[in-house]
Design a protein around this ligand. Structure first.
Ligand SMILES: Cc1cc2nc3c(=O)[nH]c(=O)nc-3n(C[C@H](O)[C@H](O)[C@H](O)COP(=O)(O)OP(=O)(O)OC[C@H]3O[C@@H](n4cnc5c(N)ncnc54)[C@H](O)[C@@H]3O)c2cc1C
Length: 465
């Protein structure tokens, strides 16, 4: 008789775990469903607005229905300082996860990262400024489809609204709202994979009836990666061949962010063709000339004006259409580590039922970010011929939608919700397997790490249950 595993959420973490256990366990996934925009509509920002919309996805595949599929590991130093186990424990799972998310062997990409590192160094970018490789497969995948889960697992479309404990620190069944009906679902092991914003809500609901110290931390320690185009940079020579490096051996592109350490945080920067940015002065000028051209196509003067912005036009062609023409103008995109919030940052308002995310960028944090911008320019040295930092970059800073930390792993229940295996402290059969489990990610997108953690959890569940 197979053991039964109930997973809440068919997103990145949930699908990876289900894929691993589908043959040996009786797996059921409960998912809100793709037609339901419930989650997105209920989300509100209590402090800084996300700007990114939608900043969460639902349905089969979860947020991978809308993501960009950029893959990067978390830096070794972040594990050393902020994780309850060393990075080496995740190494084999990173490799497996990479293969599944990119369709290519990670070792091949690691080789290409070495090549790109050398090229960027020869170009004049200091070695100590170059971070880990960020790989974008040309085709984005939805994990549900890529892992071919249809018919391998049972799916229940509905919203899990509560978890009911039985005797002796175990969950006995879930309560699911399916339309107007309420359904109970029992199981042997339960895994919350409802995402960094969904999982803490369920744990908070549990805390209303169950006194467990770890549950008091659900929704705390929230992290995202605030991102912003912070300025325009003119380099001494074109970087157009290297900023989004095509990988010859695979269908994808590679970027090496520039990374600085500031006040204990890792802040990354990308130099991207400047047409990406909408606010800066040169592109506004091009836009206005293009508008005039559209309105007055027979006025020769407008064509001459466009030619006088030749550099900017080349950048637009380069970024938007992959036509790689020499350009020296780049936007500086910042993607920053965020210190975990001390207060509860995710909660449901009982009256309106809205879900709130409080994304607080404190003045001291913003000051660290300001300093990091100066630092990266300083380290780029003579490579930068001129730089304009936008005074209003903070207002347009947006969420990277890497919702994490809200049920983080830790060594003790006073530091986090889950133990290093993802088991909720004080429970015997309740696990967390999504972004909320991640204790810290530095400047790295979290998708690859969520998948690696799910693979590691599958090994644990096979061994223990
Ligand atoms: C626009 C965008 C671009 C991104 N690009 C990248 C990128 O390039 N690289 C990267 O690494 N990351 C990227 N991300 C982030 C990445 O997609 C997420 O970090 C990742 O998908 C989160 O996985 P998860 O398992 O934590 O949750 P999710 O994938 O969000 O899955 C959670 C699932 O649980 C379901 N659910 C929630 N509550 C309940 C409930 N009560 N009952 C039943 N089901 C429930 C939801 O509907 C959802 O399907 C991006 C995100 C966005 C929005």
């Amino acid at each position: 008789m197979k053991r039964s595993l109930v997973i809440v959420g068919a997103g990145l973490g949930g699908c990876f775990l289900a894929d691993q256990l589908a043959e040996s366990w009786d797996v059921t996934i409960v998912e809100l469903g793709s037609r339901s925009t419930q989650l997105q509509q209920q989300l509100r920002d209590a402090d800084k607005a996300a700007i990114t919309y939608p900043h969460v996805g639902s349905g089969l595949g979860g947020t991978t229905t809308v993501w960009h599929n950029g893959l990067i590991e978390v830096d070794e130093t972040v594990f050393q300082q902020k994780w309850p186990f060393p990075k080496a424990e995740l190494a084999q799972y990173y490799k497996q996860a990479f293969q599944k998310l990119a369709g290519v062997c990670q070792d091949d990409i690691i080789q290409e990262i070495g090549v790109l590192r050398q090229k960027l160094n020869a170009f004049g970018l200091p070695k100590n400024l170059l971070g880990l490789g960020l790989y974008y497969p040309r085709r984005r995948i939805n994990v549900w489809h890529a892992l071919a889960l249809k018919k391998r697992v049972k799916i229940i479309k509905g919203e899990v609204v509560d978890l009911m404990p039985g005797d002796s620190a175990e969950i006995h069944h879930l309560i699911i709202k399916c339309g107007n009906q309420t359904v109970d679902l029992a199981g042997d092991v339960f895994v919350l994979a409802a995402g960094g914003l969904g999982t803490p809500l369920l744990l908070q609901k549990m805390a209303e009836t169950l006194t467990l110290p770890a549950l008091q931390q659900a929704g705390l320690h929230y992290e995202d990666h605030p991102s912003a185009f912070v300025g325009d940079v003119v380099l001494d020579e074109p970087l157009y061949k290297l900023w989004n490096f095509p990988v010859a051996s695979a269908k994808g592109n590679l970027r090496l962010p520039l990374v600085v350490q500031q006040d204990g945080l890792l802040i990354s920067f990308q130099l991207r063709p400047a047409s990406q940015f909408r606010m800066g002065p040169p592109r506004n000028r091009v836009k206005s000339v293009l508008n005039q051209l559209r309105n007055e196509p027979f006025k020769l003067r407008n064509y001459f004006r466009l030619l006088s912005h030749g550099d900017d036009v080349l950048e637009i062609l380069s970024f938007k259409y992959g036509i790689r023409l020499p350009t020296r103008h780049y936007s500086l995109l910042m993607v920053a580590e965020q210190p975990p919030s001390n207060d509860c940052a995710v909660w449901r308002d009982q009256q309106s039922q809205a879900i709130y995310r409080k994304w607080n960028l404190s003045p001291s944090y913003v000051s660290s970010l300001q300093k990091s911008i100066q630092q990266v320019l300083l380290l780029l040295g003579d490579k930068v011929k001129s730089a304009t930092i936008f005074t209003g970059w903070l207002e347009s800073a947006f969420s990277s939608s890497h919702h994490s930390g809200t049920a983080r792993m830790a060594n003790t229940p006073t530091q986090g919700v889950c133990d290093p295996n993802g088991l909720v402290f004080g429970m015997k059969n309740l696990y967390v397997c999504d972004g909320s489990l991640i204790p810290a990610s530095g400047y790295a997108n979290t998708g690859l790490t969520i998948a690696a953690l799910a693979l590691r959890m599958a090994t644990h569940l096979r061994a223990v249950h």
